[in-house]
Design a protein around this ligand. Structure first.
Ligand SMILES: NC(=O)c1ccc[n+]([C@@H]2O[C@H](COP(=O)([O-])OP(=O)(O)OC[C@H]3O[C@@H](n4cnc5c(N)ncnc54)[C@H](O)[C@@H]3O)[C@@H](O)[C@H]2O)c1
Length: 257
């Protein structure tokens, strides 16, 4: 790892928290954005060594004014950022034909607009520290749903496909800076997002992808390790991609029975 200051959205839980733990333990300074100060404080208390390098910033990533205020606070604390990792996201289930418009809009507001707003706000700070030998990094969280959508999660799948397209275009637009832009497409990861939809009584016909061909679902650390790769010098020529981190979940269709 050659870079040392990151902003992570969705840092209070799941994949964002695992990334914050990995980076602070490795000596990075991390600005952690999430909805509530209480959630961030609870998460910070679990970080262990390096917790003093975690700076919580309550922020709704779907709110442009809040995002700009958060990145102004980061700019007041550091002259440059090495990486932005956008983990804030929501999953809402239900058939498209009857999904309330407000729910559809909320999914896009957090997953797509939130990723776009944070990237836009972070670019000046990422540019400030970027050199050809030390490119800035943006990592978005797409999903296996962008590559292989499922019923009763159509809004989520469409939002993640949009994240993957933002990744491609932003990577080419920001290549000359240089800032590398990539997305990860996890399969089922053991986080509160999945716990919330694991009860069929509440999730309708939606089902998580479940165990991969490797025989288990992912732990958040499985995804955080690939984030670590994308922030490392080893990934210096990787940009514009959506990388599956799914244990082979979408590699081939498995017939029922
Ligand atoms: N868990 C999975 O199986 C899985 C699979 C594929 C992709 N993903 C994606 O990975 C990312 C992280 O998911 P996770 O599983 O860690 O979920 P999670 O629910 O554990 O964590 C998401 C975090 O985002 C925060 N958040 C939600 N809305 C926000 C907003 N408007 N502003 C700021 N923060 C907000 C939540 O408070 C929470 O702390 C998401 O984008 C998700 O879509 C997850």
């Amino acid at each position: 790892m050659t870079h040392h200051t990151a902003a992570i959205t969705g840092a209070a839980s799941g994949i964002g928290l695992a990334a914050a733990r990995r980076l602070t333990a490795a000596g990075w300074t991390v600005f952690g954005l999430d909805l509530t100060a209480a959630g961030l404080a609870t998460a910070a208390a679990t970080l262990g060594p390096g917790a003093d390098r975690f700076h919580p910033l309550p922020c709704d990533v779907a709110d442009a004014a809040a995002v700009n205020a958060a990145f102004r606070a980061i700019a007041a604390a550091t002259p440059a950022l090495d990486a932005l990792i956008c983990c804030a996201g929501i999953l809402r289930t239900g058939p498209l034909a009857t999904m309330p418009v407000a729910v559809f809009d909320q999914v896009f507001a957090v997953n797509v607009r939130g990723s776009f707003l944070c990237a836009q706000a972070a670019v000046p700070l990422l540019s400030a520290g970027a050199t050809p030998g030390r490119p800035g990094r943006i990592v978005f969280l797409s999903s296996v749903a962008a590559l292989r959508p499922k019923i009763d999660s159509g809004a989520y799948a469409a939002s993640k496909a949009a994240v993957s397209q933002l990744t491609r275009v932003l990577a080419v637009e920001l290549g000359p800076v240089p800032i590398l832009v990539n997305a990860l497409a996890p399969g089922t990861v053991d986080t509160p997002m999945i716990h919330a939809v694991s009860d069929p009584a509440k999730a309708g016909r939606y089902r998580p992808s479940g165990k991969s061909p490797l025989g288990r679902i992912a732990q958040p650390e499985d995804v955080a390790d690939v984030i670590g790769f994308l922030l490392s010098d080893a990934a210096r020529y990787v940009t514009g991609t959506t990388i599956p981190v799914d244990g082979g979940t979408q590699a081939a269709f498995v017939p029922a029975g």
